[in-house]
Design a binder for this molecule. Structure first.
Ligand code: PMP
Ligand code: GLN
Length: 393
């Protein structure tokens, strides 16, 4: 301890405290409640990919520092994935950078691209690390709020346009969107792209849920739209796509100049991470389309179970077009404060969820919304739903 009266934690981080995911997972562990809070699957990803990691470890691939930009096998696999799925061509040597999960990609991108005082526009509710990383970069976050409209949280393009000022440096997008499950449409993305070109903005787009889109929703990478490839940093992650969230393998694809800038920050964060897992993820990205289709189908079935169960339990349900989260409205249950509701939920119903208010600057806007994750085994979802139905009686 220091004897000075000055707080230990600097001003940039003082407002953030402990992440809601750590808090709520600790609450689940302490109470034995079913954890539908933090978004991690309760079954691991494909066995052959796990075996690929074991093989890499045994063969001594990646047990020492991998190359700074990531192992060539993974960079090549990321580039091939972007080309095959989206027709986006990236040079594995100059336009792909492997990171310690999407989390490091977000941090490095913001630390590299934002000057102190720059404004960064983020869609609110926003994933919690966005606000902290903007703050660490000395930027000013400017939230643009997604609001409920016809059963989904939608972006108001006029509000977005009005949020851009002469100080705006960067748009921080996320589609499919956590926590609302919204997938931005081609029309919305086209308007965003036009705005970015017109106002000369950089865009960092977090597409970690790119493979989790349902029904007729389509994931459209912003970088595919006119004028965007050269100004967009696209972020992906193996955690969500292959159900290995502990491996922390993420990546960015962008122009050589943007990759070089982001790498300048990334090299002083972790330098490198996850050596043997990088080889395994390279194999995962090359899995046939049938794998991704089966993954989507499986998650869609779980979405049905949880969304229907939550509706029967009396929640207002926003059925997500993407991600593995369902945002609910607790007002039909006679509740208004998502924080208080989530803190009491383990005791009341033996379930843990996340109050969406933590993802808002305008906390009052997010107060009545609560997020549940459905990346859990069906039996676990059934039990959670049975418990939540007791709330209504
Ligand atoms: N962005 C979003 C929108 C997320 O939900 C998450 C959590 N997976 C991350 C980034 C962080 O991803 P990773 O675990 O790869 O660091
Ligand atoms: N992305 C996960 C979620 O939204 C949490 C990751 C984390 O714990 N930082 O639930």
């Amino acid at each position: 301890m220091t004897s000075s009266a000055r707080p230990l934690l600097n001003r940039r981080l003082a407002e953030f405290g402990t992440t809601i995911f750590a808090e709520m997972s600790a609450l689940a562990a302490a109470t034995g409640a079913i954890n539908l809070g933090q978004g991690f699957p309760d079954t691991d990803g494909p066995e052959e990919i796990r075996e690929a990691a074991v093989r890499a470890l045994r063969e001594g691939r990646g047990n020492q520092y991998p190359p700074g930009p990531g192992v060539p096998e993974l960079r090549t696999a990321v580039a091939a994935h972007q080309l095959r799925r989206y027709g986006l061509s990236y040079d594995p040597d100059t336009e792909v950078l492997v990171t310690a999960g999407a989390t490091e990609a977000i941090a490095a991108a913001l630390l590299a691209l934002v000057e102190p005082g720059d404004e960064v526009i983020a869609l609110e509710p926003y994933y919690d690390s966005y606000a902290a990383c903007i703050a660490m970069a000395g930027g000013r976050r400017v939230p643009v709020t997604l609001r409920p409209h016809a059963g989904a949280f939608r972006l108001d393009l006029d509000e977005l346009r009005a949020a851009v000022t002469d100080r705006t440096r960067l748009l921080l997008l996320n589609t499919p969107h956590n926590p609302t499950g919204t997938v931005l449409t081609r029309e919305e993305l086209t308007a965003i792209a036009a705005l970015a070109v017109e106002r000369d903005l950089l865009v960092v787009t977090d597409e970690v849920y790119e493979h989790l889109v349902f029904d007729d929703a389509e994931h459209i990478p912003l970088a595919t739209l006119p004028g965007m490839r050269e100004r967009t940093v696209t972020i992906g992650s193996a955690g969500k796509t292959f159900s290995f969230t502990g491996w922390k393998v993420g990546w960015i694809t962008a122009s050589p100049a943007l990759v070089t800038a982001v790498r300048s920050a990334k090299q002083f964060l972790t330098y490198v991470a996850s050596g043997p897992f990088q080889y395994a993820v390279a194999e995962a990205l090359a899995l046939p389309e049938s794998h991704f289709a089966a993954f989507r189908k499986d998650m869609r079935a779980r979405r049905e179970v949880l969304a229907a169960g939550l509706a029967q339990a009396g929640f207002g349900v926003f059925k997500p077009a993407g991600t593995y989260f369902v945002t609910t409205d607790i007002r039909p249950l006679g509740e208004t404060d998502g924080f208080a509701f989530c803190r009491a939920l383990p005791e009341r119903a033996g379930v843990v969820a996340i109050p969406n208010a933590v993802f808002y600057d305008h906390r009052a806007e997010g107060a009545p919304y609560v997020r549940f994750a459905f990346c859990k085994r069906k039996g676990v979802l059934d039990e959670a739903v049975a418990r939540l139905k007791r709330l209504a009686v």
